[in-house]
Design a protein around this ligand. Sequence first.
Ligand code: SF4
Length: 237
Amino acid sequence: MKNDSLTRYAEINEKNKREIVLLRGSGCKWRRCAFCDYHLDFSPDENSNYVLNQEVLKNVTGKYKRLEVINSGSFVDLDKMTFQLIIDTCIQKKIEKIHFECHWMHRDAIANLRNTFDSYGIHANIKIGVETFNAPFRENVLHKGINETSPAKIAALFDEVCLLFGLAGQTETSMQYDIETGLANFNRVCINIMVENTTKIKPNPAVIETFIHKIYPLYQDNERVDILLENTDFGVG
Ligand code: SF4
C-alpha cells in the first residue's frame, strides 16, 4: 500500500542530534504486532520505492554526521538500489554513524550490515523495538515475536532499544523497570507513547498521565534516553 502523505525527512536538533529519513521498502515481514499499523507503508514495486527513496535521501545534508534510516519494518526490507544509494549518500555527506531498525527475526543479517558499513568507515547502530521487557505481556498481548526473554541476550545483537508506553496494565514501576533495564543493556533507549491508530490496542490516558508526571521528569535530561511524546511508534523492527 502506498502512503505518500507521510513526513519522510526530519532533523532532530536537540538531544541525540541527527537527520532521520523514513524510506519505503517491501514491508515488514512480521506484521503481527498488535499495536502497529505502521507496516502499511510499503510497496512490492522496488522501482517505485527507489524513486521515492531517492527523493527522500536528497534531503540529507550530513549536518550532524549522523543519519537514522527507518522504513516501517527492518533494513532487510529495503531494495538493493536504495541500499546502495544510502551508502553513496553517507559517503558524499560524510556521515559517520548510521542507524537502522531491525526485527528480531532478521538478527542474522546484522553482522553483514555492520561489516558493509565498517568497510566504508561508517559505524552502524541497530535498533530493535522490544516495547517492554515483560516477556509474557510482550509476546501474549503485543505479539512482538521475540522468542528470547533475556534482555542481555537481546542486547548482544542490538545497540538501541525502543519501548512503548501508555498501554493498559503498565504502571510507574513497570515503566521505570523497562527504562532501567534498557539503559543497563543498550547504548540508548527510545520511548514511544502509544497513540490512537487503526489497531484494537488503545492508548490508556491514566498510564500516559503517570508517565508524564512520574517518569518523564526522571529521564527528560538523560542523554541516553529519547522520548517521543507526541509521536507514534514508527514500527521499529
Ligand atoms: S512494530 Fe515493526 S515489527 Fe511490529 S508489525 Fe510494526 S513494523 Fe512490523
